[in-house]
Design a protein around this ligand. Structure first.
Ligand SMILES: Nc1ncnc2c1ncn2[C@@H]1O[C@H](COP(=O)(O)OP(=O)(O)O)[C@@H](O)[C@H]1O
Ligand SMILES: [Mg+2]
Length: 305
């Protein structure tokens, strides 16, 4: 059995009438990349900050590395790495000064020059924080979160605001850090990111966990394996599609027709059927189900709405 290093039981936290955490329970295993995923306002930051000992829970039990954040907060923070969603540094602090300052917070720290090098920041050693690009700032925050050689690293919306290329580079880094034996606990509102990175995800909405499993299992659980999307040239009676037995469902979204089916047979059958009946179609593409679909299926709404 994998070792549990974070355990949350029945966490509640309200701000006035807003229930930010409404009975949250889950466990994180050593060595995994665990993601708390959900739309803005779902309660991710509140949950992660309660675990880090930075916010006081309303009620519930939290255990991190065998310790309680409410009584052993500073001991825990010596052993974890934290990147906050609202991380900022003074513009006039230099990269090396930030590293030096942060390492002074910890009893245990590592040679941080190789860390800068590994994160592609060595040549930015003497640069002002304000002169770094968005991606470089995020890499510096990763470096700062690793400065005490933590067992467990918390990353809250690390890639928000980054362009796709910098986001991909950050994903690679997170993978590398994880392969070096660190457990990663991240939050994101990008389902694609969670699907790409996480061993297991907890999907949160309105302060509740609505699903928890590996991305693959969650996707399998909604039983949508394939989507075929196309447009029609002329008039088309949608219910003609009822003739294709391997289609489980279809719908019209704007000028696009979306056909669903469990396996590739649906794609072949649909294309064959359209061709055989001389029905013109264009812009044809297929899509696998994603975590976005899981969220949509479970909540009835798009995550970005
Ligand atoms: N300090 C606070 N005071 C009042 N309301 C807050 C505070 N922090 C968060 N909230 C509210 O709690 C809910 C959850 O917020 P948050 O935990 O930041 O969610 P997420 O990180 O998933 O976007 C939101 O409705 C948010 O507006
Ligand atoms: Mg947040």
């Amino acid at each position: 059995m994998d070792k549990i290093i974070v355990k949350i039981e029945n966490l509640y936290k309200s701000y006035g009438k807003i229930k930010a955490c409404d009975d949250i329970s889950f466990e994180v295993f050593q060595g995994e990349i665990f993601g708390l995923v959900g739309p803005n306002g779902a309660g991710k930051t509140t949950t992660i900050e309660c675990i880090e000992g930075l916010r006081k829970p309303g009620s519930g039990n939290i255990n991190v590395l065998g310790l309680s954040p409410s009584t052993n907060g500073s001991d825990i923070r010596q052993r974890i790495g934290i990147q906050l969603q609202q991380s900022e540094l003074p513009g006039r602090i230099k990269v090396w000064e930030a590293m030096d300052l942060f390492s002074s917070f910890y009893k245990k720290n590592i040679e941080w020059l190789p860390l800068l090098e590994n994160l592609g920041l060595k040549e930015k050693y003497g640069a002002y924080f304000s002169k770094l690009s968005g991606g470089q700032k995020q890499r510096l925050f990763i470096a700062l979160s690793l400065i005490n050689d933590p067992e467990l690293v918390f990353l809250d919306e690390l890639t928000t605001g980054l362009d796709p290329q910098a986001r991909r580079a950050t994903w690679e880094l997170i993978d590398t850090i994880n392969k070096k034996g660190k457990t990663i606990f991240l939050t994101t509102h990008y389902m694609e990111e969670a699907e790409r990175l996480c061993d297991r995800v907890a999907i949160v909405d309105h302060g509740k966990i609505i699903a928890l499993d590996s991305p693959q299992n969650l996707i399998r659980s909604i039983k949508i394996e394939n989507k075929l999307i196309f447009s029609m040239a002329g008039d088309f009676q949608l219910d003609t599609l009822n003739n294709i037995k391997s289609i489980s469902k279809y719908e019209k979204l704007g000028d696009k027709i979306v056909v669903y089916g469990q396996d590739n047979k649906m794609v072949r059958d649909t294309v064959n059927f359209l061709a055989k009946n001389n029905i013109d179609f264009y812009d044809l593409k297929t899509e696998q189900a994603t975590l976005e679909d899981v969220f949509l299926t479970l909540t009835g709404k798009e995550i970005r709405s």
